[in-house]
Each structure stands twice: as structure tokens, then as C-alpha cells.
Write a protein that binds this ligand. Structure first.
Ligand code: HAM
Length: 445
């Protein structure tokens, strides 16, 4: 006897073991697909209402796009990027952690501002190596808008109004807007000097991360979630007190436009955002309904970015929302759409010649714009009408078209109303399309 394990057996067992998806990266299952489609439709209508054009960038970019765009000393670039070296040519590449830097790269590369300002939008998967939890994923989806080439406060207000319209459209409850101004570089430099002095004086109260940031990026200390440091952070010099006349004027004008449109907002002087490209207006929409991951969207003005990415200096602003978080909030708000039927008509048959007739009739209906599911047997055997009817019911179809040998011999089919009266009647086989259309139109009148 030997207790050695047979390698062939092990190999076979390995083959049978299921392979799971990557942690924090989720499948979109059919049951949820309609909700996403609904959200995407609302987003498309929203962008059309404000004249925004669609732009898609690749999922992979040169790592430098994000290092330079988002900033070296940010959580995203320091800790969260999926970066790798192209095995074939050694290029440093990164799965995009956000859309703005990539979009600006494309705008600059394709000279899109040549003819003047642009209003753009995008959507798609983003990747950040964060600790997964409810509302925080490693692959998540953003919808974002970016208005490039506009300097005035009215565009800041426009993009915020778009957000508010969207939340209203989606029926979201409990969303509040927080807003701040980060001023200009020189104003931040003065504030930064005051911050460094303040935190140096209180250095013993800083955690390890913040001590490091004191040297690299003291503003980020204000972002710290460390509860032990909150009092210290609360007492730190506020950037708003360092803003010059122009910056204050811009901030006031944005707020006045929001007020004129009845958009309530709270000034949060601690709102600094986690990306380094911002100046002047920054904002976030936050809810208490989703637990720790309550920021459903955020953005602001990023006038320095286009030049930083190698383009001709031009002002810009935008925001992005987490689609998973918004859908989750729709669920909490009870505003998700009812699941819709998979098809209008379900076609039943008994195999053989009835199947041939069923396939032809189903194709004819599809050509007329009717959505049809044809019963297909899982095991190649014909199934009873009773079991087929169960499938028809669960498909959500409004009508069943039944073609059995009796019907076929008379060149007929049965049309059954599955939702309303439940009535069933014989119709001519070559008149199925007309009969179904009559029934659908009749039911909606
Ligand atoms: P952000 O605040 O990093 O901004 O992300 C925007 C939104 O994406 C967040 O408010 C959140 O809803 C969602 N989000 C972020 N990380 C995750 C995650 N790990 N899981 C699920 N959802 C997440 C930006 O990305 C900027 N590009 C926004 C912007 C556009 N600023 C100007 N234009």
C-alpha cells in the first residue's frame, strides 16, 4: 500500500475545481442588467439635454497619465493603481483608476479644443486596489462629465445642476451637496505654509502616514479618517481664509447661481478631494443611506490639468459618479424600475414539423419588431405543453403562440393571452404577426 496521491487524479481534480472571479470585481448578472440599462438611458438623456458629447478612452493608459494627472502623492497613485509592465516592450501601463486624466490625455492628443470649448461625457469600468466592502469595489463603474475650455462660474453651476437633475430623475432620497473652493496655487501655497507650521507645532499628534504627508503633501492630512486626529484637523487653518478676491468672487458666483436655482448646498471647508488636479470649486454629493461609502459623486474645477498634460492651457471642470453606489441608493430609495418582461411572445411547439413552423413564425414576428423567445428543449426531447407554458409564464411574455400537430394540420396556431383575460383562440398560421400586433395594440388602447 502506498499513500502517495495519484498525480493523474490530482490533475483531474484541479480541472474540476471552479475558478472564482477576482475579489472586488463583480459580474453584472442578467437579473440586474435591466437596472443598469435604465440608469444608462437616463444618463444618455441627461447628457443630450445639456449638449454633452460622448468620448471613450481605452481602459489601459500609460502610467504617466495618472501619475502626472492625478498627482504622485495621492492614495490612488501611491497605493491603488493596477500597474504592470508590458511584457513585450517594457512600457509602464495602468488600468485606469478614473476617467478625467485619461479624457484630458485624449483631448490634448486629438486637439479637440482647437475649435473651441467642449462638453464631454464618458462611462465605463475603473480600477482601484482598495479594500472591497459594500459600495467599494476594485472594478467599479463611473459616469462622468467634463466641460473643457469654459472659465466662468456658470459652467460650475451647470454641471452641478446636471447632477441635481439626475438625482431627481432617478428618485434618489437623502442626497446632500457639499461644496468648497480650493482657490489658486499661490493661495494654497500660503495656506500650506500655515498648515505646515500648525501641524509641526502639533507633530506628536500626527499618525505615521500624516507625518510623511507633512513633508510630501500636507493638505492630504485633512483627508485623514483617523478619529484620533479629527480634533487637530478641525482646528487647522482653513483654506477659505486664504482665498484672494478673484477666487472668492468665483466661489460666490457659483453659490449665487445654485441658490437662484433652489439647489441647497453646504460649504465644507475640509472638502479637499483625493486627486491633485483641482482648483477653485470642488464638490461632493453625499448620502447617509449607504453606510461608510456615502459619496455617490464628486468633482470640481481643474484648470491646471490640460496644460499639465501637455496641452495649451485651458480651464475645465467636471464630476464623476459611482454607478454601483447610485444603483444601491436607488434600491434604498425604492426607485429601481420593475423587472421588465424578457419578450412579448413565447412560442410553444411539439418538435418535428411543428418546430420548423415555430421557427419560421418566430422569425416573422421578429422581423415585425416583436420580441420573441422560442421554446428550446434543454435535452433535445420535446417537452409537454404544460412545462413549456411554465417557461412562457416566467418569461414575462404577454402572449403565447402555440403550434401543435393539430394546429399545424389546420394551418393554424393558438394565440393565448398570458396576462390579461387568459383567453385562447385559433388564428391562421400565416396571420400570426397581424394577430399578435392587433392583440398588443388592443391591450394598450
Ligand atoms: P472620485 O471622487 O475619485 O473622483 O470618484 C468619483 C466617484 O466614483 C466617487 O464619488 C464614488 O461614487 C465612485 N467611486 C470611487 N471609488 C470607488 C470604488 N472603489 N468603488 C465604487 N465606487 C467608487 C474622480 O474619479 C474624478 N475623476 C471626478 C471628476 C471628474 N473630477 C472632475 N471631473
Amino acid at each position: 500500500m502506498t499513500d502517495q496521491i495519484n498525480p493523474v487524479k490530482v490533475q483531474k481534480m484541479q480541472k474540476m475545481q471552479k475558478i472564482n472571479g477576482v475579489r472586488g470585481m463583480n459580474d453584472l448578472l442578467p437579473a440586474d442588467a435591466a437596472q443598469w440599462a435604465h440608469l444608462e438611458n437616463v444618463l444618455r438623456d441627461l447628457t443630450r439635454a445639456y449638449g454633452y458629447e460622448f468620448l471613450r478612452t481605452p481602459i489601459v493608459e500609460a502610467t504617466a497619465v495618472f501619475q502626472r494627472g492625478i498627482g504622485e502623492v495621492t492614495d490612488i497613485v501611491e497605493k491603488e493603481m493596477y500597474s504592470f509592465e508590458d511584457r513585450l516592450n517594457g512600457e509602464q501601463l495602468t488600468l485606469r483608476p478614473e476617467g478625467t486624466a485619461a479624457l484630458v490625455r485624449s483631448v490634448v492628443e486629438n486637439n479637440l479644443l482647437y475649435e473651441g470649448p467642449k462638453r464631454l461625457w464618458y462611462t465605463g469600468p475603473m480600477f482601484r486596489h482598495e479594500r472591497p466592502q459594500r459600495g467599494r469595489y476594485r472594478q467599479f463603474h463611473q459616469f462622468g462629465i467634463e466641460a473643457l475650455g469654459f472659465a466662468g462660474p456658470e459652467i460650475d453651476a451647470e454641471i452641478i445642476l446636471m447632477g441635481q437633475r439626475l438625482w431627481d430623475e432617478l428618485g434618489l432620497i437623502g442626497v446632500r451637496l457639499e461644496i468648497n473652493s480650493l482657490g489658486q496655487a499661490n493661495e494654497r501655497a500660503e495656506h500650506r505654509a500655515a498648515l505646515v507650521t500648525y501641524f509641526e507645532k502639533n507633530a506628536t499628534q500626527l499618525d505615521e502616514d500624516s507625518q510623511r504627508r507633512l513633508v510630501t503633501n500636507p493638505l492630504r492630512i485633512l483627508d485623514s479618517k483617523n478619529l484620533a486626529m479629527q480634533e487637530l484637523i478641525e482646528g487647522a487653518p482653513k483654506l477659505l481664509d486664504f482665498l484672494g478676491e478673484e477666487s472668492l468672487k468665483h466661489f460666490d458666483a457659483v453659490q449665487a447661481l445654485l441658490k437662484a436655482n433652489n439647489i441647497p448646498c453646504k460649504i465644507n471647508p475640509r472638502l479637499v478631494r483625493g486627486l491633485d488636479y483641482y482648483n477653485l470649486t470642488v464638490f461632493e454629493w453625499i448620502t447617509e443611506e449607504l453606510g461608510a461609502q456615502g459619496t455617490i459623486a464628486g468633482g470640481g474645477r481643474y484648470d491646471p490639468l490640460i496644460e499639465r498634460m501637455g496641452g495649451k492651457a485651458a480651464p475645465a471642470c467636471g464630476w464623476a459618479m459611482g454607478m454601483e453606489r447610485v444603483l444601491e441608493l436607488m434600491k434604498v430609495s425604492g426607485s429601481l424600475p420593475e423587472p421588465s418582461a424578457q419578450c412579448d411572445v413565447f412560442v410553444l411547439h411539439q418538435g418535428g414539423e411543428t418546430l420548423t413552423a415555430a421557427v419560421i413564425v418566430a422569425e416573422r414576428m421578429r422581423s415585425a419588431g416583436i420580441d420573441v423567445i422560442l421554446f428550446c428543449s434543454p435535452d433535445g426531447q420535446s417537452a409537454s405543453f404544460k412545462s413549456q407554458m411554465k417557461k412562457a409564464d416566467s418569461s414575462g411574455a404577454a402572449y403565447a403562440v402555440i403550434i401543435g400537430p393539430d394546429e399545424l394540420s389546420k394551418n393554424e396556431a393558438q394565440l393565448k393571452d398570458l396576462r390579461g383575460s387568459g383567453q385562447q383562440r385559433a388564428i391562421p398560421l400565416d396571420g400570426v404577426v397581424e394577430a399578435v400586433i392587433d392583440a398588443i395594440v388592443g391591450a394598450t388602447e
